[in-house]
Design a protein around this ligand. Sequence first.
Ligand SMILES: [Zn+2]
Length: 975
Amino acid sequence: MAFLKQIEQKWQRKWEEAKIFEADPDPNKPKCYITVAYPYPNSPQHIGHGRTYTLADVHARYMRMRGYNVLLPMAFHYTGTPVLAMSKRLAENDQDLIEDFVDVYKVPKEKLKELTEPFEMARYFHKEIKTGMKAIGYSIDWRREFTTIDPQYNRFVEWQFQKLRQKGYITRGSHPVGWCPKDGNPVGQHDTRGDVEPEIGEFTLIKFRYGDSILPAATLRPETIFGVTNMWLNPKAEYVKAKVDKENWIISKESAEKLRYLNRKVTVIESFKGKQLIGKTVENPANEKKILILPADFVDPKNATGVVMSVPGHAPYDYVALENLTKTSAQLKEYGLKPDVMDAVKPVSIIAVTEYSVIPAGDVVKQMGILNQTDPKLENATKEVYRHEFHNGKMKPNTGKYAGMSVAVAKEKVKQDLMAEGKAEAMYELLNKPVVCRCGTECVVKIFEDQWFIDYGNREWKALAHKALDGMEILPEELRAEFNNVIDWLHEKACARKSGMGTKLPWDLAWIIEPLSDSVIYMAYYTIVKQIKKHGIPPNQLTDEVFDHVFLGMGKASDIAEKTHINIKALEEMRKEFKYFYPLDSRHSGRDLVPNHLTFMVFNHTAIFSEELWPRQIVTNGSVMMQGAKMSKSFGNIMPLIESIEKFGADPFRLSILATAELLQDADFSLTLAKSMRDRLERFYRFWEEIAKTVDNATKLSKKSLTLPDRWMLSRLQTHIKMATEAMDKLEVRKAIHSAFYELDKDFQWYMRRITDQNQKQERKEAVDQVLNEILDAQVRMLTPVTPHICEELWEKMGGKGFVSLASWPTADEAKVDVEAEENEALIEGALEDTLNIIKATSITPKKIYYYTAAPWKWKAYLTAVKNSVSTKVVQSELMKELMKDNDMKKLAKQLAKFVGQLVDEVNRLSAERKQRQLRAGTIYENQSLKEAEAFFKRELNAEIVVQREEDQKRHDPKNRAQLAKPYRPAIYID
Ligand SMILES: [Zn+2]
């Protein structure tokens, strides 16, 4: 371990000294600009954070080796509630958090008091995170580092907001937002525990009359009003009768509270348990039918009004609740209901849909085997019925004037009609509740009045965002649909808060711009911050005209320089850097940022920059699990990033986090995995270290001096280079590692077994050295993006020029692809495997092993069969007919028929690729190949080896085995 640490520190120091990751405009080199979402410095990083940054670094390192001038910068997001809420929790002496910081992350106890100040906390963890990023070897250009509370950055964000406002994308008005009642602030994803984006939906409240009051049943499917059979209340929940604006409503206690946030005037008159209303009747406003109020446990008083209309024909929850409440239920008796009341409560079918019988809810409930109201499968059941009915459902004749309409149309129509007649209202509610604010308070929906919003609902803007997305590469591509959906459903987003660190809204200084709005185009700022720092440009000189000029090419540099007193050279350099590095070539982040940050970035770029400056690619990745479980404090399985680098080393950590999962999969980290990666890397290093010193780079042998195993190894190497390159181009890093590390290693082990005792003669030694040299060279280059430290060290030992980090990525050499050698090796491998199987099955200790190679006529028949099978399946009789045209074959008619019978199925089963390869290789001279491998077999099998031809009359073949020989499958006899 100690030596890994030494190597890491050595190369990190050398990189820094040589400034190799500092990227400046270079007109002679294509550029590649990669960024990754900057961190909130509100806690130390754990290994989960390491994945996204490591992937972005691997991407940057790969592109650098592909010949690009790569810029990978980093900054720190001080703004918003993440830092604020954390320091507040600390100030309030939150024991959980203190334990977390002190026990898990080893923050010194005496530091804690200082960290209750938000700025101090940000500064502390900023340093901690940066130290970690350096220790893990990220190839970052640190000259461009900044924080989002730097006054120059504030100017940049002010400029951004002025631009948005000029374009008409900033609105002022009243909209529903996720809201923390305690903080009195709107909440977005980054303000909530578990980073949940509050999803706001609109329920329709249908007013069922009960005496002088109304039971407002909350539904997302108003069109099902015609299928209502009863009402559900939760008998154990607390309900109230309250004056809501001008009507008396009966609703859950929680609902009364929430309606106030929705600007209703609510006065509670009395409160009671739900059971008091069970057995009473209400009137359906759609058809004036009287229906019963029945008890149901699934009714959540916290959801909407706590009053639910029952549509058992089409709603799985209602169906199951009704199944549970039969005539014989104790519950009926409890509420004094007679069994025959249930006769009137039978599922009614009001929607026809091809996927189901008359009662869709019943079908799905039975299919999924759902038995009770608390079964979590009910959520999926509900979604499934809704999906089919919404897309394919038609309203039945029993729905009056809506009969024949599609569900999608009727849903809106029924809602509008009921509202117009005063029989319904709307209520905003969180669909993914509970959403908990970082301060611990459960969030609600609030109608946020007279506030500032970014209008992501603007249609023209949405069209631009779609256009940008269409022109972008999305990795993995399967997330494109999700991006399109987000663009479609995004609407006005509250963009300012009253508290926290950040930039003030330039035209209304009482407001601070919130963190998902001040982080959408900052990639542009990285390109100029270097000059701002170098020339010490103060914020007041960074006027809107400066940004207009640098980013949009407006105005003349000399005029602006004169007006602002910014050095004209600085201004020109800023413009030059921006023009060189923009547009952004790749944006990396965790998948959880798709519904907000990443999509906001697309929107805002289209608002401010011209089309050729829009981002080109987004890469998203899944999260990190710890031994199969989600990392969380309550599981006690959080591992701080710094600790794991300390324990396992940077390269093993990088390898562990990327080798086990493709982009969208969750990576599963464990101590065992990291240890085994470390051991494997150490073995890899120790092995090559010796060879690196001895291989002679200068020798270039002709192909003639290479044996079949040499040629095979070099051919396989080309395949691995090709596979790894294709995988890296799509950032399928797991696949690339698999090819360049594991598969190549497997082949290499086989090669070493094959050549062991051929290593004696000088000429052989030189040939083997050449092969080793080529493998080492390619493998070190291919592993450099993932495990750069070890690779630099080997590169140095090999006598490589400069840094391997700046060397070129290997390219596959088609001239070294050798089908003949690969097929030959397949023969040897197959023969060895067959022999071992026989030995195992018979428990013989072999003294002498005889191989009989197939006769030439068999090869002819075999290759004809393979050739014919390329376009269509080979048929035995047709193949026979064709072969019998040959006079030599005719003589062997009986043997031929038997052989063809054995071979047809086998050939038909070959992969198309294998067929092509065998045809290209033609007849393999098996006898010669096996003889050449005699020493190998002898060593592997510990027996004498005899190779004979099937057609050799003088062969030793006491059991008459030779006739069983097939091409690629020599017959075997063991003595
Ligand atoms: Zn809060």
